[in-house]
Structure formats: C-alpha cells, structure tokens
Design a binder for this molecule. Structure first.
Ligand SMILES: [Ca+2]
Ligand SMILES: [Ca+2]
Length: 404
C-alpha cells in the first residue's frame, strides 16, 4: 500500500522555525530574493505557488522520506503552518490570485491523504472519487475551480475538476487507467495534466468542457501549467526516447521545445503565455525563464547579483500572472540547505516593469495615492499593505533614477 510518511510535533518545531529559519537577502537598489528557511525536522523546503502580487507564497517543508508540511507565507505575517486534516503531513501546491484560497493535500487520521481547499484558516477535505486518496495541484484565479487527482478505486488515479457549485468531477483519461490534472487556467475553463492512453503511456492533455480531454503530443509527455485563457500550455515531452524536454504548446504552433536540454521541464507560465519558468538539467538543476525575445535564460546568470557565496536557484516552480514574481527551490549557502525562494524580478520602486525608476513610476503612485485594493496589475502598492500611501511614494522617491 502506498503511504506518505508522517512525523509528529510539527507544530512545536514550527515555532522554532519561524524564529530561526527566515532570512532575507535583498538589495534595495535592485531586484530582490527571499529565502524561506527549513523548519526543524524537515530536510528542505520548496515553494509551489505565488499570488498575483507576490504577497503570498505557498509550499512545503519536506523530508527525503516524503513527510512534509504545508506552509503559507505572507509579506506581513511571515511563515504559517497550515496543519493537516487530522494527520500530520501536508503540502500546498496552488494559491488563488488574491492569495486567499490555497490547495494541496493533507493526511487524515488513517494515514491516507486528501485534496484540500484552505480559506480563512479552515482546511476543507475535498474527498475522492470513491477511493482512498486525492491531491489538489491547481486553483483558478478566483479560487472557485480546483484540479488534481482522486482515486476512483484503490489507487486508480483520475484527473478531477472541482467547483464550489458542482463538487468533484472525473475528467476521465485518454483511454487508459490513470490521469492527473496539474494546472487550471485563471478563468477555470481549461485543465491540463497527464493521462494514460490505452497502452498505459502518459500524454500531456488539455481539457475543456466542450472538447473533453485531448492529447497534446503522441510522445510521452506531461503538462504542468496553462495561461490565463487556456491558450498556452507548458510541460515536458519525451524526445526520441532520450529523456524529457521543456515544451510550450499553442493551437497554432503545436508542441515546441524550449531547449535542447534533456531533463528540462517547464512548470509555470504567465497569464498571457509569454513568460515560462521551469528547470534545466545541466549536471544539476538550474531555474530558467523563457521569453520569446530572450529565449531560455538561466536565472542564476540573469540575477547573479542576488546570489552570493554560491547560492543557486535550482527550480522555478511557478510565476505570478504578470511574470514579475518567480518561486521555487534553491540552495541557500547561509543555511547550507535547499530552501523555497521568492524572486522579485522587478527593481524596487519600479511600477511598470521597464527596469527603471523614474517620473513615470512617481506619477503612477501619485495618481493611485489613497486607493485600496490588490491585483496583479497594481504595482503602485509597493509595500503591499493594501493601500497606496506615503510609504509607497517614499519608496519610489528613494529609488528615483535607479536603472535608468
Ligand atoms: Ca518604471
Ligand atoms: Ca502601500
């Protein structure tokens, strides 16, 4: 029987972790990188999701024997242990655009694990399709659509799409036995993942209500991310039997390899499909970003100024809707551990992403002064306290002229 390992006393350990594990490595004159530490008892941490404005990051403190614990980080509240469903293990894989809804899996007292939806401090068990276990991997921008896998019978994984109104629905397979949904479009209409064909080979799929589940490639493949409107899908595809390569798919282009690097994988994509993140496999994993204009960039090279003493960004697991924030896992030399990270690819004080802090940024903040709200186009709230105020104005003034 498949089981996830568990270990106790997480809550006690987390208290110590909050004090000791966090460290910030930020250069106020440039982009910034934040590490999330590793709670005592865990071996490493990994971030799997980021809210639209970068103020909420979700992930897990994990151990090499598969025990783990879901965490939520907020810019104002720090790291929070999300707990479990009566068991002791959990992981958080996705977060809604405003950061309020978190999805993942959590163990129940019997030791099995269930897909959960977390909101306002309450973790809800989404159930299964008749079997024992389930996991949620993706959530729509508004938190109303959740995707993942659920057992139909014992350990027969089926891709599911859950909605607040309709509950859990089986999306089927491509003719075989197993399926898993890894991503959902921001509007909730398009689901991507992988499913067995009749021979038991996994293919990346794209599901819509009208078209059902469609394979994106005849090769063995898996899809992890999808753009806001569902038109761009990213993942990894087997190349001539040599191994997997990161791909980007559109209806017009079909599957396109982003790199010749074997062992690479694309995990996340921005809302408009123009920015893809993932990992390369060059001896070891390296986090990458792909754009049409610049192709594949090793984030360790592009953001080398943020990486001191052999720090490394090893995997980019998700990117915010507008592409500004990237989260994943890297090596933090301060702790000598692999840790979850949040990379802000914009300069502090830059409100329009042009790399320069100037009058245009000042004007944007001035015009927004006194207004409340969040959202992924709302970069004027620089300190992310929910209101554009004097602190944000000062932040721009202090950086004026930087990068120009
Ligand atoms: Ca600017
Ligand atoms: Ca503010």
């Amino acid at each position: 029987m498949m089981r996830k390992h568990t270990f106790g006393h997480w809550a006690c350990r987390l208290v110590a972790a909050i004090g000791a594990g966090l460290s910030v490595s930020a250069n106020s004159e440039a982009q910034s990188l934040r590490w999330f530490g590793v709670m005592p008892g865990a071996d490493y941490s990994r971030a799997y999701g980021v809210s639209a404005d970068g103020s909420v990051v979700v992930g897990a403190f994990e151990t090499y024997d598969t025990a783990s614990r879901a965490f939520r980080w907020t810019v104002n509240g720090g790291v929070q242990d999300l707990g479990a469903l009566g068991g002791s293990s959990s992981a958080a894989y996705g977060v809604s655009a405003d950061g309020s809804v978190i999805v993942g899996w959590a163990s129940i007292p019997s030791g099995f694990w269930r897909a959960f939806r977390w909101e306002n401090g309450v973790m809800k068990d989404l159930g299964t399709l008749g079997g024992y276990t389930s996991e949620a991997y993706g959530v729509s921008a508004d938190g109303s659509v959740i995707v993942g896998y659920a057992d139909k019978r014992e350990f027969q994984r089926q891709a599911f799409r859950w909605t607040t109104s309709g509950g859990m629905r089986n999306l089927g397979t491509l003719g075989g036995y197993w399926g898993e949904a890894f991503g959902v479009s921001a509007d909730g209409s398009v689901v991507v993942g992988r499913a067995h064909d009749i021979r038991g080979v996994y293919h990346a799929f794209r599901w819509t209500a009208a078209g059902g589940m469609q394979a994106l490639s005849e090769s063995e493949s898996e899809a992890y991310g999808v753009s806001a409107d569902g038109s761009v899908v990213v993942g990894a595809v087997q190349f001539a039997g040599y191994g997997f390569r990161a791909f980007r798919w559109t209806a017009q282009t079909g599957i396109q390899n982003l790199t010749s690097d074997v062992g690479s994988s694309a995990f996340g994509v921005s809302a408009d499909g123009s920015i893809v993140v993932g990992r390369l496999s060059i001896g070891m994993y390296r986090a990458f970003r792909w754009t049409e204009a610049r192709g594949i960039e090793d984030l360790n090279i592009t953001y080398a100024s943020l990486l001191r003493n052999d720090a490394e960004l090893r995997e980019a697991r998700a990117v915010s809707l507008d592409g500004r924030y990237i989260v994943g896992m890297g090596y933090n030399p301060s702790s000598r551990l692999q840790e979850a990270f949040l990379l802000d690819t914009w300069r502090a004080g830059d409100t329009n992403g042009d790399g320069c802090v100037n009058d245009a940024d000042l004007l944007r903040v001035l015009f927004a002064l006194g207004t409340r709200g969040t959202g992924y186009t709302r970069h004027e709230d620089i300190n992310k306290d929910g209101i554009v105020g004097n602190a944000d104005l000062l932040a721009v003034l202090f950086q004026l002229g930087q990068g120009c």
